[in-house]
Design a protein. Structure first.
Length: 126
């Protein structure tokens, strides 16, 4: 679960660095737009990377950012699946990663391991 979240974060950061470099060195239609898009992807990639570290350390707070990342990945996967050519396999891979991560994050075992109390339950006696 932490590995899949880290994989998504790494992909976003790498994509952001690529866009940033191409914006500076390449000849895109709008260099400013490419650079801002790259910086945005890098910033968005840091969220799942931090969440992955929290999941690895079994911190309860990390589940929220990881869930948000997966929910944001669903429409991206859908868009890629509806495109043409080489983007379809990318959409398939992303959809599998997102659905697998969502399943793992929503499992009762995961909730228990992260120390998250479920509504209607009491904390164990210390």
């Amino acid at each position: 679960m932490a590995a899949l979240t880290a994989l998504e974060g790494t992909a976003l950061v790498v994509g952001g660095i690529y866009m940033l470099v191409m914006g500076m060195l390449g000849h895109p239609e709008s260099p400013q737009q490419a650079e801002m898009g790259g910086l945005t992807l890098i910033a968005l990639g840091l969220i799942p990377l931090i969440a992955a570290r929290g999941l690895l350390l079994r911190r309860g707070w990390s589940r929220g950012p990881a869930l948000i990342t997966q929910i944001m990945g669903l429409p991206v996967a859908w868009t890629l699946l509806r495109s043409h050519g080489a983007l379809i396999p990318t959409g398939i891979v992303l959809a599998v990663v997102v659905v697998t991560s969502l399943y793992q994050l929503l499992r009762p075992t995961t909730i228990e391991e992260l120390g998250i109390r479920r509504p209607g339950t009491t904390a164990p006696d210390a």
